[in-house]
Ligand binder design. Structure first.
Ligand code: SF4
Length: 354
């Protein structure tokens, strides 16, 4: 067995132990009246603290709705980073997972970064421990190190570039055009997708997202047989066989755009179901269908919703605003090193927009 396989097995054990501690996801649905009362309470606390809510597309719909109603943002991790950095508020409440809070702190060290829970992590982050990753990079000193945003501050500090799924292809294309060989971490499926698209020379770490890894080509093909006119939208953290049958592949923002531009009235969506909230707003007349996962009908853990994103609840947001605990801290020296590859990404993606 290769070192990389051993590392991947270790990572799976770390993730499983963490999920076992979390227990089954809770159902906290509120009546409309109770929800609006909670929104009003949270809005008052946000004002008191000069805070703004920055939420990811994979959070539960009520958290996204709250962010919209209170002048915050709902977006992918690239836009969350930009929004948080550029917003005038002195406190950012990040509803997402830990690496997003760390990224906010690295980009805005002067701001207070709060999260509804510091327990919310990511299997990609857990599956790429800094010591093993550093040793791997040290074995290949002639490679440029490109890491996905879903990594710890320490792993980012070891990288030359940070990327998100909305700009990864363009950044790797750019590096390939300079003749650079690349170490890619941690998502193996996204890495393989980019490698195929760009033809770049890439060494892949073998981490995976526990949500996207659950999608299966066979289940989606069966669904396509039921709805032959539907288009299939796939996030590239999904396995290669799933990417191959997609009509559109892209980051969360790119999938929302694809939902708007594709002519199909029905869309089968293979990414976290949290995205349905914003996607349905973008295409109110289209029918969105969840792509089936491997554990269809088996356990909640195999449905297309990230257990860590689900930990961002209204009660947690209210509590952290009242108490001011659950604050993200990043060692300043480490943050300075991690900021360099993040700034590179932000500058590169800004140049793409021009
Ligand atoms: S959906 Fe996957 S990649 Fe996103 S935070 Fe959850 S485990 Fe990580």
């Amino acid at each position: 067995m290769s070192d990389a396989t051993l590392i991947a097995n270790d990572a799976k054990n770390i993730v499983q132990a963490h999920l076992d501690r979390l227990g089954e996801p809770k159902d906290n649905r509120l009546s409309e009246e109770a929800k609006q009362q909670k929104f009003a309470q949270i809005e008052a606390e946000l004002k008191k603290r000069d805070a703004v809510l920055v939420a990811h597309y994979y959070c539960d719909p009520e958290v996204q709705e709250l962010a919209e109603k209170t002048g915050g943002c709902v977006s992918d991790s690239l836009e969350m980073a930009r929004f948080g950095r550029d917003h005038a508020a002195s406190t950012l409440v990040v509803a997402g997972v830990k690496f997003m809070g760390e990224t906010a702190k690295i980009l805005s060290p002067e701001k207070t970064i709060l999260m509804p829970t510091l327990e919310a992590t990511c299997s990609l982050d857990l599956g790429c421990p800094v010591d093993e990753f550093t040793a791997f990079c040290d074995q290949h000193p002639d490679h440029t190190v490109v890491v996905y945003a879903n990594t710890s501050a320490a792993v980012k500090a070891r990288a030359d570039w940070v990327v998100t799924s909305s700009c990864a292809v363009e950044i790797v294309e750019h590096l390939d055009s300079l003749g650079e060989k690349i170490i890619w971490a941690p998502d193996q499926h996204l890495g393989r997708y980019i490698q195929k698209k760009t033809g770049a020379d890439m060494l892949l770490w073998d981490g995976a997202c526990i949500v996207h890894e659950e999608f299966r080509a066979r289940g989606i093909a069966n669904m396509k047989a039921l709805y032959p006119d539907a288009a299939v939208l796939v996030h590239p953290e999904s396995p290669e066989s799933v990417v191959e049958i997609a009509d559109a592949v892209g980051s969360t923002s790119q999938l929302i755009k694809a939902a708007q531009t594709l002519p199909n009235e029905r869309l089968i969506v293979a990414t976290d179901r949290g995205i349905f909230y914003k996607m349905q707003q973008a295409v109110p007349n289209k029918i969105l269908v969840e792509a089936p996962t491997a554990g269809e009908g088996a356990t909640c853990r195999s449905c297309a919703h990230c257990p860590w994103m689900a930990m961002n609840e209204l009660d947690g947001i209210l509590e952290v605003l009242q108490k001011g605990d659950q604050e993200i801290h990043v060692d300043p020296a480490l943050a300075e090193r991690a900021k360099m590859p993040l700034d590179r990404m932000l500058a590169f993606s800004a140049s793409l927009k021009r």
